[in-house]
Design a protein around this ligand. Structure first.
Ligand code: F6P
Length: 341
């Protein structure tokens, strides 16, 4: 059997660990030939393919990023995209695909399966916002990086008696903010799921200053204040048409400085949360996902995604996996509120 691999969407620590596991088990246990498609769905559309063997995956377990490259190309938005994918697979004798990606990549995987291409999905995102799996790999690494940053920023904030606003990733879901904020002992955590009240945030910050501590505020990039301030974060698009985020941390630090008369600084952690080596937890989860994806392909069980349920890896239908985003439930957010102010 000849199996193709691709990685789509934003990169994420652990992608290479999945690739390694699929290639190792596919070749060693089942005698597969494995090929890698470059740059997500662009690879099979444009025929960017090359064999990927044991030597290619020898040293990649610990490496961040993806050796295959990635893109956000959607073949359903490219003229003749699906037909071109089918032609590439036929030309190179590829029997099945393992697609490693987030909501968009897996949504395409589902539609392609409906259109007759055999695809098994592997979930990835640092945001941990994919439904149907308890955790995605990359999340633990991102939380680890953000927590370390909070620890470091706390000591400089305390030295200068400043408020420190730390903006973390999370466009639609506040999992990274919630977990890193809890782990880092933040005094305020703001998530996209709940619009926040600026007066309340300022009150918490002032309470902290009164006790002569430096207030630490962790804010997800997609968090918004109550009221009409949405205009802050919408409308502005980059050259590729993506809405630009990354403004809320600076905006909030300014607001705090004006209202409290105390110095405030914002630090936007950005893509540092996606780069570098995965944690041990993410290496193990990514490896297990890869191994189970091989089993699904071997069973001819297409249109599924491997998922973590408790400590078990299970298979779920791609339709279920992409049905809705997993956001932070109110009860989980309320747990953290015990530490606000
Ligand atoms: O992978 C999801 C994510 O990390 C979001 O939290 C963030 O908004 C987005 O990627 C940014 O990705 P890029 O800058 O690559 O478009």
């Amino acid at each position: 059997m000849r199996v193709g691999l691709l990685t789509g969407g934003g990169d994420c620590p652990g992608l290479n660990a999945v690739i390694r596991a699929v290639v190792r088990k596919g070749i060693e246990a089942h005698g597969w030939e494995t090929v890698g498609f470059r740059n997500g769905w662009l690879g099979p559309i444009e025929g960017l393919v090359k064999p990927i063997g044991l030597d290619d995956v020898e040293d990649i377990l610990t490496r961040g990023g993806t050796i295959l490259g990635s893109s956000r190309t959607n073949p359903y938005k490219v003229d003749g995209g699906v037909d071109r994918i089918k032609a590439t697979l036929a030309e190179h004798g590829v029997d099945a695909l393992v697609a490693i990606g987030g909501e968009d990549t897996l949504g395409v995987a589902k539609r392609l399966t409906d259109d007759g291409v055999g695809v098994v999905g592997v979930p990835k995102t640092i945001d941990n916002d994919l439904g149907a799996t308890d955790y995605t790999f990359g999340f633990d690494t991102a939380v680890h990086i953000a927590t370390e940053a909070i620890d470091r920023l706390r000591t400089t904030a305390e030295s200068h008696h400043r408020a420190l606003v730390i903006e973390v990733m999370g466009r639609h879901a506040g999992w990274i903010a919630l977990h890193s904020g809890l782990a880092g002992g933040a005094n305020v955590i703001l998530v996209p799921e709940r619009h926040f009240n600026v007066d309340q945030v300022v009150e918490w910050v002032e309470r902290r200053f009164e006790r002569e501590y430096a207030p630490i505020i962790v804010v997800a990039e997609g968090a918004l204040p109550e009221g009409g301030e949405e205009k802050l974060l919408t409308g502005e698009k980059d050259a590729f048409g993506h809405v630009r985020l990354g403004g809320i941390g600076n905006w909030l630090a300014d607001e705090i400085a004006h209202r409290t008369g105390k110095e405030s600084r914002a630090v936007v952690l950005g893509h540092t949360q996606r780069g570098g080596t995965p944690t041990a937890y993410d290496r193990v989860l990514a490896t297990r996902f890869g191994l189970h994806a091989v089993d699904a392909v071997q069973d001819g069980d297409f249109g599924v995604m491997v998922a973590l349920r408790g400590t078990d890896i299970v298979r779920v239908k791609l339709a279920e996996a992409t049905a809705e985003l997993k956001t932070v439930p109110l009860e989980r957010y309320q747990e953290a509120e015990a530490f606000f102010g």
